[in-house]
Design a protein. Structure first.
Length: 599
C-alpha cells in the first residue's frame, strides 16, 4: 500500500476559481461528491481520467508487416491521469499526473513561468544544474545546457538574448526547502519536484509554495533574460501590442522608421543583399527599394482603409516578397509580420519584437544590457584616422579616406551566400594589427544590418577557406576606374532625380567603364592578415548619427551611444560581440564625427 508520492507537478491557474463544485473536465470523473475542506483553509477536488481500452499504434504496424497466427493476443492499453485542484489564499493550484496536464490546460489558463519564478526565489547559484533556453536574437534554436561545475548565469551575456524555458536544480540537504519543497527541481510553467510526500506533506508543500509566490523577497538566483509573452495564454495582450505598434507607425512615422526594421534570420539574408521589396495588399502590389518605404506604405494602407476595417486586420493581410540581387526570382510571399522587428515603448514598459515573437524587458534587464554595452571598447575616431562625414552618402564618405584600404563595394562571392560579401568598408592595417571598419549612417533597429555585416564577413574569413584565400590574395572584386572629373560627373548624374535621355545614356556609359583591382601595395598589406593573431584583429562598428547627442564628458561606451542604440540594437550587438569574441577577435564601437553634444 502506497502512502506517498515521489514526484509532484504543480501548476498555478491564472484566475482564482472559488467554487470547485462547478469544475468539470471532459473525459474526467470526479471521485468526490463535494469539494473537501481542510482545517487550514485548503479546499480541493479530485478528478480521474478514464480512457477507453484501445489497441496501441505499434500493434497495427507489426500486424500489417508480420503474419500473426490466428488467435494471437490483441493487446489493449488505457491512458490514465489525475487532476487535484486546490484552493488556498485566493489562489487555485493544480497537481497533475499522467494525462492530467492535457485535461487541465484545455480547461484553464495556467500561470506561465510559475515554476521559474518560484525557482529563482529558492535556489542558489551552487544548486543550479542545468538550463533550457530558446534564442531570441533571430537565430531559431533551443539550448539544453548541463552544468558539471559551478556556473554563474549572471555573468553570461549570452543569456541576455535567450529566453529561459526550464531550470533544473538539486537542493542542498542542509536547507529547509530540501524537506519542504523537494530534493530536485525542474521548473518551467510548472514546478516539478521529487522527494516522497504523504497527503498532509503535499498540502504543506502547496502552502509553502503559495507563501513563496506571494512574498516580496528578492531572487536568490539571478538569470538575466528576456521575458517571453506567451501567445497561447496572452493572445489578447499580444494583439494590444500589435495595435500599439500600428498606432506608432501611423502617428510617428519618422520614429517608427528608426525603431523598426525588416529582417528574419530564418531567411538568412543581409538587407544589403535585397534589390527590392514587393508589398501586396488586397491584390495590389507596390515595389520599393528599401525597408523604410515598406513601413511608409503600411501606414498608407492603414490610413486609407475603411472605418469597418481593423488596422490589425489590414496588417495581417499585408504580404511581402523579396528580390535578392543574385536571384532571378522573387522569394516566396510571407506575411509582413514575419519580417518586422524592433522595439516598442508602451507607457513605462519596453517590448522587443523579433520573428513574430514579443518579449518584455524589465528595468533590471535594461540596466544589465547597458552594463554589458559598457564592456565593449569605444575607440576615438581620430585613433582610426576616420574623417568627418561631410558627404551625401556612405559611398563617397568611404572614398574620402586616403590612409585606409577601401574595400567598400568590393564584393567577394562564395558558394551558398546570397550576393557578394564585403570583408569590411575600410581596412586600417599594419604588420602587427588590423582594424576591420564597418561603416553605417543609422540608428536604432537599422543598425542590425551593420552588426550582421561585421559578423558574417569575419566568420567567413575565419571559417571559409575560399573567402579567406580571396581576401589574402586581394581578389576582392573590382570597382569603377574613373578619373576625378568622371567621378564628379557620375555622382552628379546619379543624384539627379529627373534625367534627360542623353544623361541616362551618359550615366550608363560611366557605369560600364573599366573596373580596377586593388593596387599591388594594397594586396601586399592584406597578406599581413595571414599570420596575424586573431586578438590583434579588431572588428570596428563605425556609426554616424547626427540626431542623438553625446555627453560632453562621455566616459562610458553607453554615454557615446545613448539614444543611438535602441533595445533591439543593443541585444543584437551583444549577440554579435559574443560570437566574434568566441572566435578570438576583438570588437569595438566608434562614433563618426560630427555628432551633437550635450552637457
Amino acid at each position: 500500500m502506497s502512502n506517498s508520492l515521489s514526484k509532484l507537478s504543480l501548476y498555478r491557474l491564472k484566475d482564482f476559481h472559488e467554487d470547485l463544485g462547478d469544475i468539470k473536465f471532459d473525459s474526467y470523473e470526479s471521485v468526490l461528491s463535494t469539494p473537501q475542506e481542510l482545517a487550514n483553509e485548503i479546499s480541493y477536488g479530485f478528478f480521474i481520467y478514464k480512457s477507453p481500452n484501445c489497441t496501441p499504434k505499434w500493434y497495427n504496424f507489426f500486424k500489417n508487416n508480420i503474419d500473426f497466427e490466428a488467435g494471437s493476443i490483441i493487446p489493449k492499453v488505457q491512458t490514465s491521469g489525475f487532476i487535484l485542484i486546490i484552493n488556498f489564499n485566493d489562489s487555485t493550484y493544480a497537481l497533475t499526473g499522467g494525462h492530467g496536464y492535457h485535461g487541465l490546460t484545455k480547461k484553464f489558463i495556467i500561470e506561465t513561468r510559475f515554476g521559474i519564478e518560484i525557482a529563482k526565489k529558492i535556489l542558489s547559484q551552487e544548486e543550479l544544474k542545468g538550463l533550457a533556453q530558446k534564442d531570441a536574437s533571430g537565430t531559431v534554436n533551443s539550448l539544453d545546457r548541463v552544468f558539471r561545475s559551478q556556473y554563474t548565469p549572471g555573468g553570461d551575456i549570452e543569456n541576455l538574448h535567450r529566453v529561459l524555458t526550464t531550470i533544473r536544480a538539486r537542493k542542498d540537504k542542509s536547507t529547509r526547502d530540501y524537506h519542504d519543497i523537494g530534493s530536485s527541481i525542474k521548473a518551467g510553467d510548472s514546478l516539478v519536484v521529487t522527494g516522497k510526500k504523504d497527503f498532509a506533506e503535499i498540502m504543506t508543500f502547496i502552502e509553502k509554495v503559495d507563501s513563496i509566490w506571494n512574498s516580496t523577497s528578492e531572487e536568490t538566483l539571478i538569470i538575466p533574460e528576456l521575458e517571453p509573452i506567451n501567445p497561447k495564454y496572452e493572445k489578447e495582450f499580444i494583439n494590444e501590442l500589435w495595435s500599439h505598434l500600428l498606432n506608432f507607425v501611423c502617428d510617428n512615422i519618422s520614429a517608427a522608421k528608426r525603431s523598426l526594421f525588416l529582417d528574419n534570420a530564418d531567411v538568412g539574408f543581409l538587407p544589403d543583399a535585397v534589390e527590392y521589396y514587393k508589398i501586396t495588399y488586397k491584390g495590389k502590389s507596390q515595389i520599393v527599394s528599401n525597408y523604410e518605404e515598406v513601413i511608409v506604405i503600411l501606414k498608407e494602407h492603414i490610413k486609407n482603409s475603411s472605418k469597418e476595417e481593423n488596422p490589425l486586420d489590414v496588417f495581417k493581410k499585408t504580404n511581402l516578397r523579396l528580390k535578392f540581387l543574385d536571384s532571378e526570382t522573387l522569394y516566396p510571399p510571407k506575411r509582413l509580420s514575419y519580417y518586422l522587428c524592433g522595439d516598442l515603448n508602451v507607457g513605462s514598459e519596453c517590448y522587443f519584437l523579433n520573428a513574430e515573437r514579443w518579449y518584455r524587458a524589465n528595468s533590471e534587464f535594461l540596466t544589465r544590457i547597458d552594463q554589458e554595452i559598457n564592456e565593449v571598447t569605444c575607440i576615438n575616431p581620430n585613433t582610426l584616422n576616420l574623417n568627418e562625414w561631410t558627404h551625401p552618402d556612405e559611398d563617397r564618405y568611404n572614398k574620402s579616406h586616403t590612409e585606409h584600404i577601401i574595400l567598400d563595394k568590393r564584393l567577394i562571392r562564395v558558394p551558398e551566400e546570397k550576393g557578394g560579401i564585403e570583408f569590411c568598408d575600410l581596412l586600417k592595417i599594419t604588420e602587427n594589427d588590423a582594424h576591420l571598419i564597418h561603416v553605417k549612417k543609422a540608428s536604432g533597429a537599422e543598425l542590425r544590418a551593420l552588426f550582421a555585416q561585421g559578423l558574417v564577413a569575419t566568420e567567413l574569413f575565419n571559417n571559409s577557406s575560399i573567402f579567406r584565400d580571396k581576401v589574402l590574395k586581394g581578389e576582392v572584386g573590382k570597382v569603377l576606374d574613373l578619373s576625378h572629373e568622371e567621378e564628379l560627373r557620375y555622382y552628379e548624374l546619379k543624384d539627379k532625380s529627373a534625367k534627360t535621355p542623353e544623361e541616362e545614356k551618359e550615366l550608363k556609359q560611366l557605369r560600364n567603364s573599366p573596373k580596377k583591382e586593388l593596387t599591388c601595395t594594397e594586396k601586399e598589406q592584406l597578406c599581413y592578415l595571414e599570420n596575424m593573431p586573431r586578438k590583434n584583429i579588431n572588428v570596428v562598428y563605425a556609426i554616424l548619427d547626427e540626431s542623438h547627442r553625446v555627453k560632453s564628458n562621455a566616459q562610458k561606451t553607453i554615454d557615446w551611444f545613448d539614444g543611438n542604440l535602441s533595445l533591439f540594437a543593443k541585444i543584437d550587438l551583444l549577440s554579435r560581440v559574443q560570437r566574434l569574441r568566441g572566435l578570438g577577435y576583438s570588437v569595438a564601437l566608434t562614433r563618426i564625427p560630427p555628432f551633437p553634444t550635450r552637457s
